[in-house]
Design a protein around this ligand. Structure first.
Ligand code: GLU
Length: 311
């Protein structure tokens, strides 16, 4: 039995099939898990139902198998876990961390504009309009968590030391959306804890979400996994490769070429092998050498014995 202190995961949203960009996140998390002699779990993040494409989850599973990226254990499907998110939300509510918000996006932007005379380039921080109760005549559309003041700091294994003043830069953020859906930030934190994830390895587009996730982990008393955010793949215009920017679905017939490209993107050099299994063995070896993970491939990691890691 492979008992290990490392548990990683890949958590695709089934808004379309895997493309070269999502393969990079899948491969990095897979290699890190295997390099640590750990488990690699699969979670389907299908809560944002308007964006879910029927059949995409099954297709992603087939694509991963075709690439030799075999996950451990059962697949966790977020749409089947409403009661678990409700439970976490209720706990936060009972502890006084949640309030109802009646603001529309436009009202939020207008009040920040009135207050600051301009809108920030990125996300508009919530100005706290409903934090002390809904204005008369308004009803709650969404539910927000009160963000404690202070700087959230964490070490990212790829990007280095990170810090953010979440209360100032983001403000109280939404956990239950106006359309009645659980927000990604809540579900990801609850599921990472439920799956005992020790290490999150994912695309750098989610680096900015991590401080919010740390806030929730602290309020819910959940463990804080180690983080690694790998560079995202961009198209020729410098946009992140995604379905919206025209990324094409991976074709199982080109598995080795797709793995080679993803490996190069992750700084592993050009790995040429005749089949996916030996390609992945060599990629795991190189990942291990680069990231200083336990060189124990093919052997069990003794229970309770943490693999050596470079910080
Ligand atoms: N479901 C998210 C996505 O596909 C990833 C979530 C995560 O890795 O935390 O972008």
């Amino acid at each position: 039995m492979n008992r290990s202190t490392y548990i990683g995961r890949f958590a695709p949203s089934p808004s379309g099939p895997l493309h070269q960009g999502s393969l990079v996140a899948a491969l990095a998390s897979y290699l890190d898990a295997r390099a640590h002699g750990g488990q690699w779990l699969l979670r389907i993040e299908d809560l944002d139902t308007p964006r879910v494409v029927p059949g995409a989850a099954e297709r992603i599973c087939r694509q991963l198998s075709g690439l030799g990226l075999h996950w451990d254990g059962p697949v966790l499907v977020q749409s089947e876990r409403d009661a678990v998110y409700r439970d976490a939300f209720d706990r936060l509510t009972r502890a006084g961390h949640i309030y109802g918000c009646g603001c529309t996006r436009k009202e939020i932007a207008d009040s920040v504009l009135r207050r600051d005379g301009r809108l920030p380039d990125g996300e508009v921080p919530y100005p706290g309009t409903c934090a002390h109760g809904l204005p008369p005549g308004r009803h709650a559309r969404a539910w927000r968590v009160r963000v404690p003041s202070g700087i959230v700091q964490f070490e990212d294994r790829w990007a280095g030391s990170q810090h953010q003043d979440v209360a100032a830069d983001v403000g109280d953020f939404v956990l239950l959306r106006a359309d009645g859906l659980w927000a990604y930030q809540l579900a990801v934190v609850v599921d990472d804890a439920a799956q005992h994830i020790t290490d999150v390895v994912r695309g750098a587009d989610l680096l900015a979400s991590t401080p919010r996730q740390r806030v929730l982990q602290r309020l819910l008393g959940m463990p804080e996994p180690r983080m690694m955010h790998v560079p995202v793949v961009t198209n020729l215009d410098g946009q992140k490769l995604s379905k919206q920017t025209g990324a094409t679905a991976l074709d199982p017939a080109h598995a080795l070429d797709d793995l080679r490209a993803a490996g190069r993107h992750l700084g592993l050099g050009d790995i040429v092998r005749a089949d996916v299994a030996s390609w992945l063995t060599e990629a795991t070896r190189r990942w291990s050498a680069r990231w200083g993970t336990a060189p124990r491939l093919g052997t069990d990691v003794a229970a309770g014995q943490a693999p050596t890691r470079r910080r």
